[in-house]
Design a protein around this ligand. Sequence first.
Ligand code: GLA
Ligand code: ZN
Length: 671
Amino acid sequence: MIESNKVQKILYGGDYNPEQWPEETWKEDMRLLKLAHIDIVTLNVFSWASLQSDENTYHFEKLDKIMDMVKENGLKVCLATSTGAHPAWMARKYPDILRTEFNGMKRKFGSRHNSCPNSPTYKKYAKALAVKLAERYKNYDNIVAWHISNEFGGMCYCENCERNFREWLKNKYKTIDEVNHVWDTAFWGHTFYDFEDIVVPNMLSEHFAPNRTTFQGISLDYRRFNSESIMNCYRMEYDAIHEITPDIPITTNLMGAYQDLDYQMWAKYMDFISWDNYPANDTPMEDTSLKHDLMRGLKQGKPFALIEQTPSVTNWLPYNSLKRPGVMRLWSYQAVAHGADTVMFFQMKRSIGACEKYHGAIIDHVGHENTRVFREITELGAELEKIGSLTLGGRTESKAAVIFDWDNWWATDYSAGPSVNLHYFDEVLNYYKAFNNLNIPVDMISVEDDLSKYSLVIAPLLYMVKTGHDEKIRNFVNNGGHFLTTFFSGYVDEHDLVTIGGYPGKLRDILGIWVEEEDALPDDASNSFTYQGVTYPATLICDLLHTENAQALSAYEKDFYAGMPALTRNSFGKGAAYYVATRSNADFYRQFIGDICKEISIEPIINTPEDIEVTKRSNDNGTFLFFLNHGEEKVDIVLNCGGTDILTDNVYQNGDTLALGAKGVAILRQK
Ligand code: GLA
Ligand code: ZN
């Protein structure tokens, strides 16, 4: 939708479920939505039950009416396919559509996002519905996007899945001998004689907790299989719809850093990325920024859609605090600052029943426009109208990248040892935060992405080095790139089999080190090291390493390994490779990454206090600098460039002071 010629501004709107309300209320909804400057509604997300009452009977009359009404009211539509929750009749007649949980429990009808991705029945009817919707509404020129299903996710362990898993393995490994090899089944006498011996890895078999498995290889392959199985449901609907409406872009709402699905694989089959952003009030701003950048990176920097956020509260947190005045606006612009071309919400109107009746909405139960939330929504709507098409399509140019890889996420979380506190996402966030706080643009990239346009690539916890990835990094550094990785990197190949001959395996020559042992530190323990005259903590893991070609930049200060390197730099070809052998704190990461960036002329956009986030997007209309004050205090920023604030029309010269109130936003345009 975001690149279509039907769109001339940041689309503003979101999920609207009029089918849950008496028809006589619809007219007032239209008045209120227009008053709030809403221009797009996401329709039909959970209507399968009313659209299809048995195998052959469909009812589109109500949806026809809704589609006509929103068209008459000048609204664009993001049309969902409703396959995120199957109808009760289907569950009763065809129990194979029901999932089996991780603990082996077969589900009954209930909840949503609960269909077995390998159920032939589910797939048959999901596809049929998608086709019917596409056929019926293909001539509505206000449809700007298809929204397949809703928040695909979870895992299934049923018999359909078990059967298909065996087929998937046959296809991937060809012989049972190869399966035995890649899973190292000689361990604990697990040798499989036949594909039929293989069962799904859950609490009934290899697991003793969700992330605790006795066979990493099996569990890892099951994650890949599950992500692909669900992706195939998405692709099935995609293909069916695309054939009928080839010009309408297709998406599905992703969930940011969502572990169960390998979004980098999914993204190849999405016309544009869209995602649902639900930070809690105490979520660090960098956490949200990372997720926006991760979503932007899925399609190599192409703008994405913020397709859901709450206008004020959620209903599912332990404490559903209100978004404070200004925060909804700030977080909306934060999305735009990182590459979003839409600002959308769940939901337009609060339902009266079930679990989301207290979830924030633009139209509250009171039913009129005189609410704080409605006023804030309306003000932002007017601002977005003023911005018009100015920022659309804007790209962020980054000289630095952070590698994010779902296989590594799965594999490190499944690892038995070295520490239960080792979490992939947290380690990536530590490094991302440094860039974010320094106002240095950074791309979140996959192991498949091209590295040649970057000067600095950071791969925290690159535990698994897939075939060819080391060569890509080697070439990058050889050609002058700077590379940084951390403890617990280079240990295994894509099957989680250790690369023998010394850690960090295939990265050893690039880093110029040999890691002999790693020491896991309990929560309350720490070592220390000194860098540029400042002493920093060493926590979580301390690698005991020997330099080969590398130079030690700092050493541990305590314990029997005092004096061994904690930080190394290896000149390699025309570039350099850094190794951080332990976890430290935010001050260290900011200092160390800042120093590396300085050395290779990667400049911050501007230096600001930590609560001020600054990003940059450029398009044919110019370069846009986004200033976001996440803090509680007004801040004066002395500008290092001029520009016109597109929100206020204030003109600034280089050296002028930009005063940014608490939660304030400025967007400076430079032509
Ligand atoms: C998700 C779903 C929506 C709704 C919201 C509530 O994002 O996609 O249907 O349940 O959460 O926060
Ligand atoms: Zn299943």
